[in-house]
Design a protein around this ligand. Sequence first.
Ligand SMILES: [Zn+2]
Length: 218
Amino acid sequence: MDKETVEIVGDNHISTSVETPILKNAFEKSDDQKIERIQHLFGEIMKELGLDLNDDSLSGTPYRFAKMYVKELFYGLNPKNKPRLSVFENKYRYQKMLVEQNITIDSSCEHHFLPITGHAHIAYIPKNKVIGLSKINRLVDYYAHRPQVQERLSLQILRDLQHILETDDVIVMISAKHLCVSSRGIKDKDSFTTTLEYGGCFNQATKRNEFLKLIDHV
Ligand SMILES: [Zn+2]
């Protein structure tokens, strides 16, 4: 996209597909090699901004920045960091709604690389499989730790859960604040964004409302 098109598109959050656009050779380099290269590149950005990297307070910043990107904020880009999501037979034949709510969202928007923070609320209705509850949190954490678009984040979580739980009866709601909306651009401090993705029985309004009522959103 050229500079002019980027300006016209502005802050409209366009996402091109459910898959995060990742290069084929994305993981040929080791994390340490990436950190070294990003450290150099970010140092150049700081210098271009006019900062003196010889200052004691700034000299370690390029390394801290690079390590934070590769190891902390964006470790969810690498499939090798995906949590193992063990599922179990649904031995108690529990067939009602199971809700995991207030799961912390710590993500970054892929258009501005600024934080997205909020909560995810997820429910499913078990068929033959159930999942350890903390595994849902781990899956959310994994997909959140890559440059994201909130709509795609919701879909990636939904699809994975539907796949491993072997049912379409899953619903994912995310409410989050985007720093790119609150601290720049329109600078709206109070607005937040809610996305709702679902399948199977949650296509019925009554099931959806049951979920929304449980998480206290109606
Ligand atoms: Zn943004």
